[in-house]
Every structure is written in structure tokens, then in C-alpha cells.
Design a protein around this ligand. Sequence first.
Ligand code: KG4
Ligand code: ZN
Length: 370
Amino acid sequence: MGRGRYEAAKQAHCRPKVHYPNMAIILGIESSCDETAAALVTSDRRVLAHALASQIAEHAPFGGVVPEIAARAHADRLMPLVEQVFGEAALTLGDVDAIAATAGPGLIGGVMVGLITGKALAHASGKPLIAVNHLEGHALSPRLADATLNFPYLLLLVSGGHCQILLVTGVGAYRRLATTIDDAAGEAFDKSAKLLGLPYPGGPALEALAATGDARAVPLPRPMLRSAEPHFSFAGLKSAVARAVASGAHQPADVAASFQAALVDCLIDRINHALDALEAAATGLDALVVAGGVAANGAVRSALQQIADVRGLRFVAPPLWLCTDNAAMIGWAGAERFAAGLTDPLDVVARPRWPLDDKAAIVRGAGVKA
Ligand code: KG4
Ligand code: ZN
């Protein structure tokens, strides 16, 4: 290894693989929505390098992700990012043990770019391919951040496309306890932010605005609160935000704060519903866990921490950078699957829809998001 590469390896806090004979190195690739990302992750939970190119600037003029633009941007950027992470970690394709690429669910053009890139790299190197469910990337990401997190755990998976409560009992073993019957939590943030004239992506902008507002100022509904059904619903909340904004009677910061408080109340109520059901079934949970982009929200995190405290459970949340889409979580899900002997053939298909729990019943209104 040349001097420059040795220095780069030191900087990346990694050493050549030969010192870790029992450790696997996985290349992770993510391209399912508007982040193009690559990462090198080890089975002993080290992120040797990770790189991400956001497409916010391209999509911002349209107020949301444009699939065709996303697919083209992934095609332009993915290989440079792959080369970047190999450079930063001072490793080559020959050093990895497997290649893990998101194979769905997501915008199909982007998913295909990442999956086909993964297939090509796997074919060229002779290393196994692991087709990762993006949702499994989110679901297992807390175990990358916290080595003490064991199965089973109760997971609130809240992102731009999904809002689910899952009982995670092992790698590839998910029981969906609840899902949304209309919008996802991140979608509710994004749509409400748009109504408030905030830039895309709306979640972080709305959270920042909410910090300056009064959460009791605007009366907003809490759909499904105390419902005997386990599911979520946010469409009515978004419509109420639209009416509040149109009335012109409220400060935007108050609407933002009131919206966030209402959404958090809904999440708390549904998590409590799920915990009650599990307690009755004496499931023996290791922790209450949150993952997905909305898990980056401070109000969501502190509300869940409170529930965990009341219930005597540990609360585990990944660091913020691991909540929103990234390739380290795909590499880690790949490492978990690789350790379990789960690899995929090179003709594995890209899936726009891919539920984590394929036995879960289709829920009214939720078919397209499940
Ligand atoms: O997991 P993610 O990066 O992509 C999907 O798989 O969907 O989640 C993106 C979603 C977006 O809706 C974004 O607005 C939301 O997560 N989000 C947030 C925050 N950061 C990201 N929502 C509320 N507060 C945040 N701080
Ligand atoms: Zn995601």
C-alpha cells in the first residue's frame, strides 16, 4: 500500500482487512429516493467511509421529488461516490466481502440504477450480491449505532413514504402491527411545510419554524386517537393545516408548532396502543426504537423517550445522520444478512413495492404504501 493510501486509511480509522480475518466488509449502495449514497461498513459496526449526494437542489423547484430527474441524477453520481468511499477507506473492490444494494421499495428508476450498479460490481468482483429492502435498512440501522440492541424490539418506522409500527424479532423477521391508512408521517410534514410556504424537504424546515411557535395556538385534530384499530391517519390533520393557513388567522410558526404537537400526539397514542397489546402478550421487548427520516425530529424523539421511561423500556434512536436515507444503513443491513447467509442471485428484481411483513393484511387506504 502506498504512503498516501496508508494515510487515508489511518484517517478513515480503518486498517487493512488482513488484521480482521473474521470481519466482513460490505459495500452499501442506496438510490431509492432523492439521495445517492455509497458506504463501506464492517460486520463489527465500523463505518469505514460513507458518501452521499443529495438532490435537493434539482427537486426543490418542483416542491417534491421528480422520479425521472432522480433516476438520471443517481446514474450520474453513484459510481463517483462508490470510488470516493473506496478511496477514503483505502480499499478496493477486491477487499469487500459482499455488495449490498437497495432493491426496493422506492422510485423504480432510481432503485434500478443502484441495483444494477450493485449487480455489475458483484459480477465483476465475483462477490455475492445482497438485495436489501430499504425499509430493512432503516429497521436495522439502530443496531449499527447501538451494539447492545437485541431482538425483539418495537420499532416506529417513520419516513417520507412509510409510517409503521413493527415488532422486529430478527433479521428478516418483521411483524407489522400498524401502518398508515393514508399519508406517511414524513409526507404529512412535507405537505404541511409546503402549505406554510417552507422549502422542500419540509420536515427539518417545519421543525425549525415550530421551535418559535405556540403549540396550543391552533386547534388541530388528532386522527385515530384512542381508536381500537392500531393504525395511523394523517390526511385529516394536513387538511386542517390547509384550512388554518387559508384562514390567515394564525402565525405560521404557531401552525407549525401546533401541527408538530398534533402529529406527535398521534404517534404517542398509537405506540401506546401497540405496547399495551404487546404487554398483554408478554413479548419481552428489549427496547422501544425509532428509525427513518422523521426520527431526526427532536419532538418525536423526546416524546418516545418519555414513553420508554414510563414503560421502563430502553429507548434507542440512531444518530441524526443515520435516520435520513444513507448507504451505511444499507451496508449494515447487508452485513446482518451476510452473517445470516442471505445473499441473492444476479437476476433478483427491483421492487417498487416491497412490504417488510408480507403476511400483513392490506389495510383500508394503505395498499399503495404498505
Ligand atoms: O427516511 P427518509 O430520508 O426517506 C424515506 O425513505 O422516505 O425520510 C425522509 C422524510 C421526509 O418526509 C422529511 O421531511 C422527513 O423525513 N424528515 C423530518 C425531519 N428530517 C427529515 N421530519 C420531521 N422533522 C425532521 N427533523
Ligand atoms: Zn428511507
